[in-house]
Ligand binder design. Structure first.
Ligand SMILES: Cc1cn([C@@H]2O[C@H](COP(=O)(O)OP(=O)(O)OP(=O)(O)O)[C@@H](O)[C@H]2O)c(=O)[nH]c1=O
Length: 616
């Protein structure tokens, strides 16, 4: 359960805690936050003397920890998380800053300094909002610190050494852990206890309120005291779109984000304030810009699809800058229509416009032109030509359920002749973007043979053979898919360790392999077919062999990161569905796989690995 709506603001973002501290992880997960943990590699050795105050040092260290993780993840995934949280806790006494002791003697020196005295514990926190623009990482840092005063009792040498010998002091600032044995050393605490433990949760929530519910202009005029509400009013904050839900887009937010259609989110629209007879200003809701963006979302998608279909990004990849008139000539379209479409693409961050004409952004060059390893042109076209039509029947699919919809409307993505190449293009681009992360989510070096069922163009097989020099991969897919595979072979990069076998994994014998791969396959099928397939895999897989399932795994409350629209996609198109980890675990265990583990493989994909147990 999440008590604070402001924590809920982060639930649909990819949040990363840049810390190895188990205490921070525990405090934040108890608060209901969902996040990944990526410990920072930033070395804590900034020059303390160069900071005006101890907390300035802690804040800077926290910031560097978070920025290191943001930039590492951005380099690795080509996309940074939405929010990275870094923290640093220090203890100060008599003008000295104490961090974690390096050995027992150091712990003794620290504890002796604290013995019988008051000291301060500071935690600096950095909340880094990230966005990727034209392939570059853009960050916006919010930071704060919290101070707590702690007094130690007079402690004997014997007690100090006994405490040191317990091993507790070694990974803790100041050489003690107030939450455990160290609590016995403490006479009193003034301030936030959790701040001493390593994370000032209360101040963190206040900071989020400040970021996610920026004060409206009229409130700023009327409220003289601190505009951040005390923590006991968090529950009163509405979770509807009151003001910016994204600090990087709010009034105080970063200039790096696009301006909102519909105006400044933090402003009250003209004419919406009314004074009553007492002269009190009435409360009018803020302009729901986020909601309008959602209502208009389909128009933005359609503009992107149309520009892809008309090959605008291909034209501009070959030759740029070009004026609207020249582009219109090349794509055989009207000048006025083309100009409007191009301007929308500029507003969507897909094109750039200068005096000399329009150019692709890096994003469009990389992903929206139809060639290139990481092109998503095929996916955009598949969405335009198929998903779009199916979604017009979403209401029907919701009313009647997937089973009914399947019989009447759905088609297997590769069954229709006209669509199979386009579908292959869509899958190829998408798989290329995630294949390396799937291949490296677990160490698969113990396997020497793998079979990729429904492996389509072999994009995952290629990443696997690149990663594991001993591995041979057999790709099984329908004959009409395999027939087109040569169109997708990157020149000069064929490998003898990949073979393609035409076949139907529901009917034909599965090739022998130590590891079976099912990437984005299981979600396509209803439960009975999933059982049928897993039982065939289980029958072919020898004890000790493995099964690797790449899917978007639903979080506990079924809200997967950014993948909810995809689950509707399955509803309108197939009888399949996304599943949670317990569901995958149960499925695999039912078919004789044990030690089922999960790893994330980037933004929208997870990997589940199971090992074939010996038959009883
Ligand atoms: C005073 C006190 C500190 N701590 C721990 O001390 C570490 C501080 O070190 P840090 O450098 O801020 O963090 P880290 O553990 O190195 O992790 P990282 O964030 O990766 O740098 C954190 O763990 C805190 O909980 C306690 O557990 N209890 C206490 O009473």
């Amino acid at each position: 359960m999440v008590l604070s709506p402001v924590i809920r603001k982060l639930l649909h973002k990819r949040v990363v805690l840049a810390s190895a501290s188990p205490r921070r992880r525990e405090i934040l997960s108890h608060a209901g936050l969902r996040f990944e943990v990526v410990p920072s590699r930033f070395k804590e050795k900034l020059d303390k003397a160069s900071f005006p105050t101890p907390y300035a040092y802690a804040i800077e260290t926290a910031k560097q920890k978070a920025l290191e993780v943001a930039s590492r993840m951005h380099q690795k995934d080509l996309r940074a998380p939405d929010v990275v949280i870094g923290a640093d806790t220090i203890v100060t006494v008599g003008g000295l800053i104490l961090e974690k002791p390096v050995d027992k003697q150091d712990a003794y020196r620290m504890l002796s300094r604290l013995n019988g005295k008051e000291h301060s514990v500071f935690t600096g926190v950095a909340i880094v909002h990230c966005c990727t623009k034209d392939g570059q990482l853009d960050t916006e840092v919010s930071e704060f610190h919290e101070e707590t005063t702690v007094k130690f009792s007079e402690l004997s040498e014997e007690l100090l050494w006994e405490y040191i010998d317990s091993g507790e002091p070694m990974d803790k600032a100041g050489g003690y852990g107030i939450q455990a044995l160290g609590g016995m050393l403490v006479e009193y605490v003034h301030g936030d206890f959790l701040n001493v433990v390593g994370f000032p949760l209360n101040h963190f929530c206040k900071k989020l309120v400040e970021l996610y519910y920026p004060p409206r202009r009229k409130d700023v005029q009327r409220v003289k005291h601190d505009s951040i509400p005390p923590v006991d009013t968090f529950e009163n904050l509405s979770d509807t779109e009151q003001g910016s839900s994204d600090p990087a887009q709010g009034n105080e937010g970063g200039s790096h984000r696009r301006a909102e259609a519909g105006g400044d989110r933090g402003q009250i629209p003209a004419g919406s304030q009314g004074a009553d007879s007492n002269g009190t200003v009435g409360i009018t809701p803020q302009f729901p810009a986020g909601l309008l963006e959602l209502i208009d979302g389909f128009k933005a998608s359609k503009a992107l699809f149309t520009a892809c279909k008309l090959k605008v990004f291909d034209v501009l990849k070959d030759e740029a800058p070009l004026k609207a008139m020249d582009i219109a000539g090349k794509i055989d379209a009207s000048v006025c229509g083309t100009e409007r479409l191009l301007d929308v693409c500029v507003a969507l961050g897909l094109l750039e416009k200068a005096d000399r004409g329009y150019c692709n952004t890096d994003l469009a060059d990389l992903h929206l032109a139809s060639d290139g390893e990481y092109s998503l042109h095929g996916l955009a076209m598949h969405s335009n030509d198929h998903a779009w039509n199916l979604f017009t029947d979403l209401e029907l699919a919701v009313r009647e359920g997937a089973n009914v919809a399947f019989g009447r409307k759905a088609e297997h993505p590769v069954q229709s002749k006209q669509t199979k190449l386009q579908f292959m293009r869509a899958m190829h681009g998408l798989t290329n973007l995630t294949a390396r992360q799937v291949a490296t989510a677990f160490d698969l070096s113990r396997f020497t043979s793998a079979c990729d069922l429904g492996g389509c163009t072999g994009a995952l097989a290629r990443a696997l053979t690149q990663q594991y020099p001993r591995l041979k991969v057999t790709v099984v897919d329908l004959p009409e898919v395999i027939e087109h595979v040569p169109c997708f072979q990157p020149e000069g990069r064929q490998t003898e360790r990949i073979s393609f076998v035409p076949g139907d994994f529901f009917k034909d014998d599965l090739p022998e392999a130590e590891l079976y791969l099912l990437s984005r396959i299981l979600h396509e099928w209803p439960d009975d077919k999933v059982h049928e397939l897993l039982s065939r895999v289980s029958g072919s897989c020898k004890p000790g062999g493995g099964i690797l399932v790449a899917e978007t795994v639903l979080e506990e409350n079924r809200a997967a990161r950014g993948s909810l629209p995809a689950s509707l996609n399955l509803l309108v198109r197939t009888q399949g569905r996304e599943r949670s980890l317990p569901e995958y675990r149960r499925l695999l265990e039912q078919h004789g796989f044990w030690d089922v583990r999960l790893a994330h493989a980037g933004d929208r994909l997870d990997v589940v690995l199971g090992t074939r147990a010996s038959p009883p």
